[in-house]
Design a protein around this ligand. Structure first.
Ligand code: FES
Ligand code: FES
Length: 212
């Protein structure tokens, strides 16, 4: 609890410079990149429900978070205490390179799962609309996090008269150097190595913030 907070402080400033929780990153500083994403959980008195949202800490005044619980990437897991499944999957799917955007992607995915433990792929993609990555090209991040999603049925026919596998391109999985076609490994990771995601193991909303 911070007594008499400076009304000019942002949540990001408070986390990084007062609490020394430096997992939450600052990049654009103006709500455009998602590097500073954290989860805000609030008790909604009108519905009696807890509302979880991914927010940009760089544009959130600290004072506006009064009465809510803020969860950062340090709060959900660490190498020492054990990684949260979201952290583990982005790492094992090679979804992080320089790592600067990674805590933001992790917290956006975590917020989505808190609201919906089995999202669709479209819901997952929508949840990342505010997260930018300058390194990975996104594919590895999406592939890793897709493992949390409901199975989506592949469309029946691919290109070239249906030769494409799972409704995709017939060249998926091959490198064509003009003379020969070489089959590529079609997996980035082995999902059987992943920890199972159990929503019941997630952090519980503090009862003192739950007003009746
Ligand atoms: Fe870019 Fe906050 S630092 S959205
Ligand atoms: Fe470098 Fe995303 S891993 S910005």
């Amino acid at each position: 609890m911070q007594k008499n907070p400076n009304p000019e402080w942002t949540l990001l400033y408070f986390l990084r410079f007062k609490l020394r929780l430096c997992g939450t990153k600052e990049a654009c500083g103006e709500g455009g990149c998602g590097a500073c994403t954290v989860l805000q959980a609030k008790f909604d008195e009108s519905t009696g429900k807890i509302v979880n949202a991914a927010i940009n800490a760089c544009i959130t005044p600290l004072c506006s978070t009064h009465g809510s619980a803020i969860i950062t990437t340090e709060g959900i897991g660490s190498v020492k205490a054990g990684l949260h499944p979201v952290q583990e999957r982005i790492a094992k799917s090679h979804g992080t390179q320089c790592g600067f955007c990674t805590p933001g992607f992790v917290m956006s995915m975590y917020a989505l799962l808190r609201n919906n433990p089995e999202p669709t792929e479209q819901e997952m993609e929508d949840a990342f609309q505010g997260n930018l990555c300058r390194c990975t090209g996104y594919r590895t991040i999406m592939e890793g996090f897709k493992t949390f999603c409901k199975e989506t049925a592949p469309s029946a026919n691919g290109c070239c008269g249906g030769k494409g596998k799972n409704g995709g391109c017939c060249m998926d999985g091959f490198i064509n150097d003009g003379e020969s076609r070489t089959e590529l490994a079609d997996t980035l990771f082995d999902p059987s190595e992943f920890k199972k995601y159990d929503p019941k193991a997630d952090i519980i909303f503090p009862s003192e913030l739950q007003l009746n």
